[in-house]
Design a protein around this ligand. Structure first.
Ligand code: PRP
Length: 206
């Protein structure tokens, strides 16, 4: 349990730029896309492999390829799409689930407004993406929803996590590992991650 912090220097450097309040929208989006490639590289490190016989221009060989069903990304809207886009560049054949959730500003409960997922989730690795894990209400309900649709093998990837969110998510879904670029100091009374980077959805889309 806990969370795996991806402390690669490029990830950390880019994250610092994203946190700055002076970073404009276009830079924020570009940095998020770049970080998503690096996070994707790390979380797919242990994908199962098989081999295929291929012909190079000079010889035949058994070469490694990914095994099993195409994996599935599950994006928690809106901000999840910022991570999704970059990851799809690395894994263009992946399937995609979209989960529309917003946080009720009063209760901070996650309210679902959209859910669409591909078939055969039970046979795929499902990589759930959302830049922020704050109270974890959104991530917990997204994972619950995916489990109801059959998903069995999931990981959750975010940019920033609050320690409170990591703890709650671990309690609710001990079978789903968390990958994050940072575990920040705390949540404030409004459910914002401190020091954080503000609201990722707002910084991407306004
Ligand atoms: C933000 C963020 C996460 C969620 C995290 O989304 O992108 O989805 O809050 O908070 P939680 O862990 O306390 O649930 P928001 O509700 O602002 O929606 P948006 O992405 O559409 O802006």
């Amino acid at each position: 349990s806990g969370a795996t912090v991806i402390d690669h220097p490029l990830v950390q450097h880019k994250l610092t730029h994203m946190r700055r309040k002076t970073t404009p929208t276009q830079d924020f989006r570009r940095l998020l896309r770049e970080i998503s490639l690096l996070l994707c590289y790390e979380v797919t490190r242990d994908l199962k492999m098989t081999s295929q016989t291929i012909e190079t221009p000079v010889a035949e060989m058994d070469a490694p390829v990914l095994a099993g069903k195409k994996l599935c990304f599950a994006s928690i809207l809106r901000a999840g799409n910022g991570l999704l886009e970059g990851m799809l560049e690395l894994i263009p054949s992946a399937r995609v689930a979209h989960i529309g959730l917003y946080r009720d500003p009063e209760t901070l409960e996650a309210v679902e407004y959209y859910f669409k997922a591909p078939q055969e989730l039970d046979e795929r690795l499902v990589i759930v993406v959302d830049p922020m894990l704050a109270t974890a209400n959104s991530a917990i309900s997204a994972v619950e929803r995916l489990k109801k649709r059959g998903a069995k093998n999931m990981v959750f990837v975010c940019l920033l996590a609050a320690p409170e969110g990591v703890k709650r998510f671990n309690e609710e879904h001990p079978d789903v590992p968390i990958y994050t670029a940072s575990i920040d100091e705390k949540l404030n009374e409004k459910g914002y991650i401190i020091p954080g980077l503000g609201d990722a959805g707002d910084r991407m889309y306004g």
